[in-house]
Write a protein that binds this ligand. Structure first.
Ligand SMILES: Cc1ncc(C[n+]2csc(CCOP(=O)(O)OP(=O)(O)O)c2C)c(N)n1
Ligand SMILES: [Mg+2]
Length: 276
């Protein structure tokens, strides 16, 4: 996929996610929006996957450690053909196969059950070690939240990943500078993320969270066998790509008012009109 095609895919993921959440009337908007471009890059142009055979053992694996962004992952999987788009309308409702947080036993294409923050990165480390020990070339990709880094488990996992040189795992930190109910700087400051990861044995770099060309350049190449594992810090905005959400300081979980619905529907309309 070209940069233009991935950009188009990101737009489609954003629209589908906004629609599924807005039809429901509540949900995790901010953190879903900030990972849209990364999901488009991974599922559109980087990961070796077969939506017709989600359990194919040769596939690359994806772990959404910040599981509350599940709605964005579901839209990505539906667009890629893992299940029908209409199923997105069942998000988080009784009997759905799309619970608010990903469950690998419920949804085709979900590789790991997440939602309890801190656990997904440990799962991803285990997956990467298993591939490495077996001499397989599968890659593993994992997105953690910046607030999620408050969980000590993340740092245990990072040490494990660096110790075992699991450079078949790429970690993304969604540095959107907010967590559940406020700014990181007010709650627990992240300090210098690049420096912290380097001290933990990673190669670290920062890319704008919506810079599709930049992300492709960094993530597409397979790292040399002796490289340190890579962390990509996504300099993102909570609510990214949706003007109304970008200016909110509490877009983490919204229960929609009429005013919010109007603003979100306007963005959906504009994004759809921009469709090539
Ligand atoms: C172990 C655990 N503690 C608390 C929560 C509740 N919780 C859900 S999302 C969230 C904030 C996460 O912030 P961040 O990782 O920055 O997510 P993002 O900004 O990307 O939405 C919290 C505290 C949880 N899901 N798991
Ligand atoms: Mg955050």
């Amino acid at each position: 996929m070209s940069v233009n095609e991935v950009t188009q895919l990101a737009r489609d993921i954003r629209v589908a996610t906004l629609k599924s959440l807005t039809d429901l009337g509540f949900g995790h908007y901010g953190g879903s929006m900030s990972v849209v471009e990364t999901l488009a890059v991974l599922y559109g142009a980087v990961m070796n996957i077969d939506p017709a055979d989600p359990d194919w053992t040769g596939r690359d694996y994806f772990v959404l450690s910040k599981g509350h962004a599940g709605p964005a992952l579901y839209s990505t999987l539906a667009i890629k053909g893992y299940f029908p788009m209409e199923e997105l309308n069942t998000l988080n409702q009784n009997g759905t196969r799309l619970p608010s947080h990903p469950d690998r036993l419920k949804t085709r294409g979900v590789d790991a059950t997440t939602g309890s923050l801190g656990q997904g990165i440990s799962i991803a480390g285990g997956m990467a070690l298993a591939h490495k020990l077996a001499g397989r070339s599968n890659r593993v990709f994992c997105i953690v939240g910046d607030g999620e880094l408050n969980e000590g488990q993340c740092w245990e996992a990072f040490q494990f990943i660096a110790h075992h040189r699991l450079n078949n795992l790429t970690v993304f930190v969604d540095w959107n500078k907010q967590q559940l109910d406020g700014e990181l700087d007010e709650i627990i400051c992240a300090f210098d993320l690049e420096a912290k990861f380097r001290a933990f044995g990673f190669d670290a770099l920062t890319v704008k969270g919506d810079d599709i060309a930049g992300l492709l350049e960094v993530v597409q190449p397979v790292l040399p066998a002796d490289a340190r594992p890579q962390v990509v810090i996504l300099d993102s905005i909570k609510g990214q790509g949706v003007p109304y959400l970008e200016q909110l300081s509490n877009s983490h979980h919204l229960r929609l008012t009429d005013e919010m619905k109007t603003a979100l529907n306007e963005t959906i309309r504009q994004l759809e009109a921009a469709h090539d």
